[in-house]
Design a protein around this ligand. Structure first.
Ligand SMILES: Nc1nc2c(c(=O)[nH]1)N(C=O)[C@@H](CNc1ccc(C(=O)N[C@@H](CCC(=O)O)C(=O)O)cc1)CN2
Ligand SMILES: Nc1nc2c(ncn2[C@@H]2O[C@H](COP(=O)(O)OP(=O)(O)OP(=O)(O)O)[C@@H](O)[C@H]2O)c(=O)[nH]1
Ligand SMILES: [Mg+2]
Length: 441
């Protein structure tokens, strides 16, 4: 990977498509456009031009744009060829680009990586952009667009600035400590703000669970005895035949999951092996996996067709929230319909399903509609934010240790914040973060 190469890639999605966008970035972008199109359009203006091979053969006619650096997505010279999205057309134009000296196909995330390297985006924005491209539900989109457009970064930068100010005040006091005419304590004025900052970070961190649920989905595990109708419920909610359903107890062994959109929120629903004592090695492994998924669930739907079920016994070590669901109400005798469950459903008739979904939705984070979503979305963020918070507390509590020790804690707090946005040594993280992207981004 050489950062002075000029890179290109198909940045639009699957082919064929109405229009396909090929992006270029790097010093040879201008030359490549000139060779292929006969001229270079005015900066940032779309021009309809013919795209030709060196021998004059016409490949296509498309809208062509040139973005001189540094005012471009990557900060380098960039260009776009917006051509017809036929497979052969795209293949021919990509081949023509590859034939130029100094041009090569981009790696996954390489455009965004250059934007980061050139200071066009910080790490939090890059992660937001990756989430925006991956977003499948309205809440994932809202969270990601706020993060990608710098909402979170501005917050973290404003915190870092307050820490720097605090340190500057302490330094000033240390420098002038032996001069008699310095009035009062300069440093004394910052501690109220540091206390307030610590509180703001604590508040922000309390949204970390909501942020992770919004981004990754609420993890809901369907559990219960064999034959309860777990796989049938998964298939019903997925509206697809995802899991094998038979009337033989012990059908499901592997953990399967589907992603649902529940009023704009992502929900990841897991189907698991029926819980029972068994000598079958394969089934036992399935049950072990079922228990493992329960251990990390946000919510368990405990299914049983028997209203007299001993619900608690099936939960094992799981201590999180549970919705007890009585299944197959279409065949259950009215006499058996004692209300010992939280929900009663039939996937045959659809009875009780909307009520069950309402119950599940009540475990989703409480989001005000329309409000900006400035929540920590990744453990990486939460870990550094917590480190920053702890250092601020240490600074506040180190009164007797002296101002220079307090200043050092504030410096470490600022460094932790800098690791979130990528302004402080994050080199080792970059490959991981950028590999999340697709080629062309
Ligand atoms: N055709 C096309 N659409 C696209 C993109 C793209 O690269 N090409 N984007 C790719 O992700 C997104 C838009 N993001 C972009 C971000 C910055 C600049 C850019 O040229 N910025 C300059 C000039 C800004 C201005 O004109 O005010 C700059 O910031 O200096 C372009 C696209 C979504 N839509
Ligand atoms: N009448 C009726 N039958 C149902 C209903 N839900 C599931 N069944 C039947 O119950 C049997 C077991 O269903 P599954 O969905 O495979 O049960 P499971 O809980 O996944 O079972 P295991 O994977 O073995 O643990 C199948 O024959 C289903 O057709 C329902 O609402 N009404
Ligand atoms: Mg099953």
């Amino acid at each position: 990977m050489n950062a002075t190469d000029t890179i290109f890639a198909l940045s639009s999605g699957g082919l064929p498509s109405g229009v396909a966008v090929i992006r270029l970035s790097g010093p040879e972008s201008r030359n490549a456009v000139e060779q292929l199109c006969g001229s270079v359009p005015a900066p940032r203006r779309a021009s309809l031009l013919s795209i030709r091979k060196r021998n004059g053969d016409k490949l296509d006619e498309g809208l062509v744009l040139f973005f001189p650096g540094p005012h471009s997505f990557t900060g380098e010279d960039c260009a776009e060829l917006q051509i017809h999205g036929g497979r052969a057309t795209v293949k021919a134009v990509l081949a023509a680009l590859a034939s130029f000296e100094g041009l090569r196909v981009a790696e996954a995330g390489e455009f965004s990586r250059r934007a980061f390297t050139n200071g066009r985006m910080d790490l939090v924005e890059v992660e937001g952009l990756a989430d925006l491209i991956a977003a499948e539900t309205e809440m994932q989109r809202r969270l990601a667009v706020e993060q990608a457009s710098g909402g979170l970064s501005r917050l973290y930068d404003s915190w870092a600035k307050r820490l720097t100010h605090g340190r500057a005040m302490i330094e000033a006091e240390l420098d002038f400590a032996d001069e008699d005419d310095v009035p009062g304590s300069v440093a004394g004025s910052i501690w109220n703000d540091m206390r307030a900052l610590e509180e703001e970070i604590t508040n922000h961190l309390s949204g970390a669970r909501a942020g992770e649920i919004l981004r990754d989905g609420l993890h809901v595990v369907i559990a219960g005895p064999p034959n309860a109708g777990k796989s049938s419920l998964l298939n019903h909610l997925a509206r697809r035949d995802v899991a094998i359903v038979t009337d033989i107890p012990g059908t499901t062994r592997d953990v399967l999951h589907v992603d649902l959109d529940l009023s704009g929120f992502a929900v990841r629903l897991y189907d698991t092996a029926g819980l029972r004592e068994t000598d079958d090695i394969v089934e036992r492994e399935g049950i072990r996996r079922a228990q493992l998924s329960m251990a990390t669930a946000h919510l368990v739907l405990l299914l049983s067709e028997d209203a007299a079920a001993h619900w608690e016994e099936m939960l094992g070590d799981y201590a999180g929230p549970v919705i007890r669901v009585q299944t197959k109400t279409d065949i259950a005798l009215p006499a058996l319909r004692e209300v010992r469950a939280d929900a009663m459903i039939s996937v045959r008739t659809g009875e009780g399903i909307p009520a069950l979904l309402d119950l599940v939705a009540s475990y989703l984070p409480d989001m005000e509609s329309g409000s900006a979503l400035a929540l920590p979305t990744r453990q990486r963020h939460a870990l550094h934010l917590e480190t920053a918070r702890v250092h601020i507390v240490s600074a506040l509590e180190a009164q007797s240790a002296g101002l220079d020790i307090q200043a050092e804690h504030l410096r470490l707090a600022g460094q932790a914040l800098g690791r979130v946005t990528g302004r402080v040594d994050v080199e080792h993280l970059l490959d991981v973060i950028f590999s999340e992207f697709c080629i062309g981004k």
